[in-house]
Ligand binder design. Structure first.
Ligand code: FES
Ligand code: FES
Length: 141
């Protein structure tokens, strides 16, 4: 549609039909929120993950991105890829893998970087919350 033809069909699909757009309650102890910005263009991405209490696996993910089509598509792919995985696994997702999946041109690499950073930030956030919770519940009186 409005995207130039150099974009791969995966990016157009994720741009036109982004998966998992939305928000979770950021105060939920099992929700991790990653909020990152790209200094180069000012675009902002919020990616959230929801963790299963017992297994520690990511059961759900969502995002809101104020940015270009490539950033939106990258967040959409990222939310699809993290579901069902462990936190250890998802922090190894590389922006280059996302960029390759979407066939992003080199000038759009930083857009996929936002997604990698947002995943890592979301994991950090939920790990910190869980550590805090465990810490306080185990605290001696
Ligand atoms: Fe959606 Fe691959 S086309 S994650
Ligand atoms: Fe900056 Fe895409 S142009 S995130």
């Amino acid at each position: 549609q409005i995207l130039p033809r150099l974009y791969h069909e995966n990016v157009i699909d994720h741009y036109n039909n982004p998966r998992n757009v939305g928000s979770f309650d950021k105060n939920d102890p099992n929700v991790g929120t990653g909020l990152v910005g790209a200094p180069a263009c000012g675009d902002v991405m919020k990616l959230q993950i929801k963790i299963d209490d017992e297994s520690g696996k990511i059961v759900d993910a969502c995002f809101k991105t104020f940015g270009c089509g490539s950033a939106i598509a990258s967040s959409s792919v990222a939310t699809e890829w993290v579901k069902g995985k462990s936190m250890e696994e998802v922090v190894t997702i590389k922006n280059t893998e996302i960029a390759k999946h979407l066939a992003l041109p080199p000038v759009k690499l930083h857009c996929s970087m936002l997604a990698e950073d947002a995943i890592k930030a979301a994991v950090k956030d939920v790990e910190a919350k869980r550590a805090k919770l465990n810490g306080s519940s185990n605290a001696a009186p």
